[in-house]
Design a protein around this ligand. Sequence first.
Ligand code: ARG
Length: 581
Amino acid sequence: MLNFKNTLSQALSCAIKKISPESELSASELLSMLEYPPSRDMGDIAFPCFKLSKSLRKAPPVIASLLSEAMDKVEYLAKAEVAGGYLNFFIDDSYFTDGILDKVISEGDDYGKSDSGKGKTLVIDYSSPNVAKPFHIGHLGTTVIGHSLKKLHEFCGWNAIGINHLGDWGTQFGKLIVAYKLWGNKEQIEEGGIDKLVELYVRINNTIKGDPENGIPARDDLADQSRAEFHKMEIGDEENIALWKWFIEISLNEYEKTYKQLGITFDSYAGESFYTDLMPAQVQRLRDKDLLKIDDGASIVDLSEYNMPPCLILKRDGSTLYPTRDIAAAVYRKEHYNFDKCVYVTSNQQILHFQQWFKVLELMGYEWYGELVHIPYGTVSIGGMKLATRTGNVILLKDLFKMAVEKVKAIMEEKNPDLENKDEVAEAVGIGAIVFYYLTNSRIKDNDFSLEDALSFEGNTGPYAQYTYARCCSIIEKAGGVPEKSLTSGYEPQAAEAALCRVLSLFTEKVNDAITDSEPMVITRYILDICAAFNRFYHDCPILSANEDNARAFRVRLTEATKTVLGNAFGLICLKKTPKI
Ligand code: ARG
């Protein structure tokens, strides 16, 4: 509907000039004021006249009626109605039914794309699990929000680089090495993979902590040993470095499986360790700028002036910290990729961390600090399922996926036992259900998961969306392909058809909104709008059994257009297309 909004804002701009010649409002300013009314009986587009009452020095209803009289004729505008302080515009159904189907069908996979990001580079840092710690449901957010934001930017022409900033450096590796030497062996880990590593990691942590209440003392000696093993890593000890590399390889193999299930690939796996050699230069710059203060032996940047606790740069023993690595990584990325925007997707528990080191970067004189954006999200829990896994009381992402896929398989066994590629479809639907459910809510809200709700084929869920997609595919297959436009001539679409076309016309705007708000939810909800409009159409209008040939042709084309927009939108939120369910 963007084209119509453009034409409308131009007409409004001329009308305002007529009412008030000295007015300076441009069409693009007016464009951003246009709104979509909450329901269609209030029109397709509304102009809130109170936004002009100050500059025109008139009451909003007066402005609304003056504008409606002063406006020139706009093609496809059926009527403009004054409603209080609003001027509501009703667009002729033919605007939606005339052009949109051809556009969607001819553009296909490209429908909805724009080149608003052409020539611009986005670096996006997401997923980024900590090696040897469990990859749990808390990582679902960063993984799918991050990937979705990457896809959205690519869709708008950005050159997007996805980086998995693996937590692959730090004292946890010292602990793991101690645990491995005490209790592990090669065969065990080769067989058990990451689960075994996490088990060792949990065991060493628990052993260090002890259980003093029950007479099991804490083991500070093991904590000291762990630090010593990590220190050996820092000075390049061959044996420890080899172990460390091996632990990472095992973990990556496992992550890759999860990423593959989601259809996610990264452009770089440069984790925290990658920046080791680049940190001294940044620490030196901090010193040169006189920003470092010594506090109880540690080096910090005092941020009290900005109402923040200090940012820790070096520990007492001189080793670097999480913020130090982030600073070095940002400088590297700017030099290496020359980004226009660098986005970090993490849980909201890290808001302060990002505020702190973004400020430090500014103080260091890096003028591009404003191009760094932190995108936080709320926490995830699973209602009613206090599932304890072998790794303690966290739920692993792969276990959640496995559960969902098994449940879908059981449902399919009942609903459609003869389906081909049952396993593949169950995986696409099961995992899609989790992702879709997660992305139906605003990212910042805490998310309580109900597997039952997520997997329902009836609610506003992933399976429902994928099922609608499959329904479109099946109709087109039965129709023997997509008819030419000429075969629809003379057909007058009905209300449900015009309403569906109208929804399909909104895709580009939805993509823009999702990028502006960094909110994949906009796409998920849009998919639900399409499904609702399609199912209303399907209910109201017989497709293959339509009485007239031109009606049948129009409806099959409309089904094809729906399938295309759904498929393109699925691609933006890690949801796989399912031609058959
Ligand atoms: N590894 C971190 C974690 O799991 C997330 C890293 C986010 N990215 C960054 N550049 N700090 O909490």
